[in-house]
Design a protein around this ligand. Structure first.
Ligand code: DO4
Ligand code: MG
Length: 303
């Protein structure tokens, strides 16, 4: 896919071992650190100050900083919501995984009211760049969902975009649409990052690419789409989300997937998921399988 680079301000959050967290402005292959660790405050400030310190980027696409700095998720949203069935490809996949028994997906695709669900709160189930996303121990079919994610400000207007991975258990969701929260909400089911982009032109479509890589770096699946194929606008999704709903500042809204891997593909231990969105960068996460002890008392993540 030929990606048109989307211009705008690109921001990341870095941490130094031992504590200091700083918001930084990405400029080519370095990050200019600001005095603040508060991404939301930086986004809402009218004008940003000159960076006080510069950190080289070893890889500007995935935003890997030089040591001793580490990349963090760009923010910890108080709430993360997601829209569903906003692309024709997602509508087809839902009808297929439910063995054609549920027409709710056809109906919601064409309806005035979108599907919206709560994906996470306070970052409890969210990971940042480089951290493991997870498949549930009781799921047999887990897929990544690469989605444009929108950060909302005080007045609930879109402040910035980032990349979101709405990792989902298709077998659980396909068994019964009422199982959707269990298919979508569990530890490691959401990834955000690597950067936030404040686009100069909010009207331009974003190209989205997904790659699932095997343990030796081989491509297991790759696909592309564009937000130009999305049936609904960002403004429409935000308006529905905020209707009679006290959505807090810093909330993130994932806007739905337009890329669905074929039936044989399920996320497995040792794989890596890469999602690239033009202008934002590439979000890369290894896959872990959640291992539950026989008594289901304790659980651990194998990454
Ligand atoms: O209806 C199920 C959710 C679909 C979804 O998450 C998506 O389309 O991205
Ligand atoms: Mg989704």
């Amino acid at each position: 896919m030929v990606s048109e680079e989307i211009a705008g301000l690109r921001l990341v959050r870095l941490r130094r071992p031992g504590g200091r967290v700083a918001v930084g402005i990405v400029a080519r292959d370095e990050v200019g650190l600001l005095e603040t660790d508060d991404m939301l405050a930086a986004l809402q400030a009218g004008q940003l100050p000159q960076p006080a310190e510069r950190v080289p980027l070893l890889d500007a696409e995935v935003c890997t900083p030089a040591e001793p700095w580490n990349l963090l998720a760009p923010l910890t949203p108080p709430e993360t919501w997601a829209a569903g069935v906003t692309y024709e490809r997602s509508r087809e996949a839902r009808v297929h995984e439910s063995h054609g028994s549920a027409d709710v997906y056809d109906l919601v695709y064409a309806a005035e009211r979108p599907e919206l669900f709560l994906k996470d709160a306070a970052g409890r189930r969210m990971v940042g760049p480089g951290e493991p996303i997870a498949a549930r121990a009781d799921a047999t079919w887990t897929v990544p969902e690469p989605e444009l994610a929108v950060v909302l400000g005080d007045d609930r207007s879109p402040l910035a975009v980032t990349i979101g991975n709405d990792v989902s258990s298709r077998d659980i969701e396909g068994a019964n649409p009422l199982y959707l929260p269990q298919a979508k909400i569990y530890a490691g089911a959401c990834a955000l990052g690597p950067a936030l982009l404040v686009p100069l032109d909010w009207g331009l479509p974003f190209d989205i690419e997904l790659r699932i890589l095997g343990p030796d770096g081989e491509t297991v699946f790759e696909g592309q789409t564009s937000t130009a194929s999305m049936r609904r606008s960002i403004d429409e999704l935000v308006e529905f989300l905020c209707r009679d709903n006290p959505v807090p500042s810093g909330t993130v809204l994932l806007t739905g997937t337009g890329i669905v891997p074929p039936d044989g593909v399920t996320l497995m231990h040792g794989q890596t998921v890469e999602i690239k969105i033009s202008g934002i960068g590439t979000l890369r996460n290894p896959v872990a399988i959640r291992a539950v002890s026989q008594e289901r008392k304790g659980e651990t993540l194998r990454a």
